[in-house]
Design a protein around this ligand. Structure first.
Ligand SMILES: C[S@@+](CC[C@H](N)C(=O)[O-])C[C@H]1O[C@@H](n2cnc3c(N)ncnc32)[C@H](O)[C@@H]1O
Length: 274
């Protein structure tokens, strides 16, 4: 099985910096272990585990339908091949100005009208870093840059032997939580980071992040987070102060909406003074 040290198609938040530690963790698990990648994203963690432990069952939760993008990799390569001559005169990483810009937009439109377009991959070839279009309308309004790669994408064998499912992580957790020797991999969208490139356009609130912690009780797990998230600090505090419970229970809530230029939130007063 070929080793991928990064996802074959662009994906924000893939765990490529942890490949070695993921391999080590997988190799330490007993024979018959089952790995369930609840927030599979690009599948890179599932791929790494399967490669390290081909004897084990690995379940990849493809919530974003990344494998659909992989299925269309040939078409994406053809599309990029048709764009390369158009941008040949534009230096790498530089802005694509008229008349080339219109030619590129016209060519992308042609592909859009004739079938599937992997907007994430196309965006990472033609937009400024970390900028993504989700459809043709968004794409046609963006400033374009020549970041078109010179070689084809290749995903041969990437998900070989991995079981692909696609569902809410809670449902998948319920299906596997009683399975002997199961190891859950949890890499939820990070608190305080942009989730705009994920399928889940529902905004993740603090309580959603806290809900994920329920999957860590009495299970074997690998949990990813970042220093931008305060969730581990919060869990640590709760662990040291277990008697606090919910101090706001029974309090009266008064809200005042604040709006204005770049302002949109509620000021809240909680009263428990009777
Ligand atoms: C940080 S990424 C995971 C990256 C992955 N570990 C990798 O290496 O590519 C978090 C993923 O969770 C997905 N997600 C969001 N809500 C979800 C839900 N309710 N159930 C399952 N996955 C969800 C996001 O769409 C995103 O793909």
């Amino acid at each position: 099985m070929k080793k991928f040290v990064s996802a074959p198609l662009p994906f924000q938040g893939q765990k490529r910096r942890f490949i070695r530690q993921i391999e080590e963790m997988a190799k330490q698990q007993k024979k018959g272990a089952v790995f369930v990648d609840l927030f599979g994203g690009s599948g890179l963690v599932s791929h790494t585990i399967k490669r390290a432990r081909p004897d084990c069952r690995v379940v990849y939760n493809d919530y974003d339908h990344y494998s659909e993008r992989l299925e269309h990799i040939g078409r994406t390569n053809e599309m990029l091949a048709s764009l390369r001559p158009l941008v040949a005169t534009v230096p790498h990483k530089m802005r694509i100005d008229e008349p080339v810009r219109s030619q590129v937009v016209e060519e992308v439109k042609r592909w859009h009208e004739s079938g599937y377009v992997d907007w994430f991959s196309i965006s990472s070839n033609l937009h400024f870093t970390m900028n993504y279009s989700h459809n043709y309308e968004e794409f046609s309004k963006q400033t374009l840059y020549n970041r078109v790669r010179q070689d084809d994408y290749n995903a041969d064998g990437y998900l070989e032997g991995v079981e692909v499912v696609s569902m809410d992580y809670r449902r998948l957790f319920d299906q596997f939580r009683l399975v002997p020797d199961v190891v859950f991999i949890l890499d939820p969208p990070y608190l305080s980071t942009d989730c705009g490139t994920y399928k889940s356009d529902n905004y993740w609130r603090l309580s959603d992040y806290l809900d994920v912690l329920k999957c860590l009780q009495r299970t074997r797990f690998v949990y990813f987070t970042s220093s931008k998230s305060t969730i581990v600090e919060l869990a640590d505090w709760m662990g040291r102060n277990p008697a606090v419970g919910n101090p706001f229970e029974g309090a009266r809530v008064v809200r005042h909406h604040v709006s204005g230029q770049a302002l949109n939130y509620d000021d809240i007063m909680l009263v428990k003074a009777a």
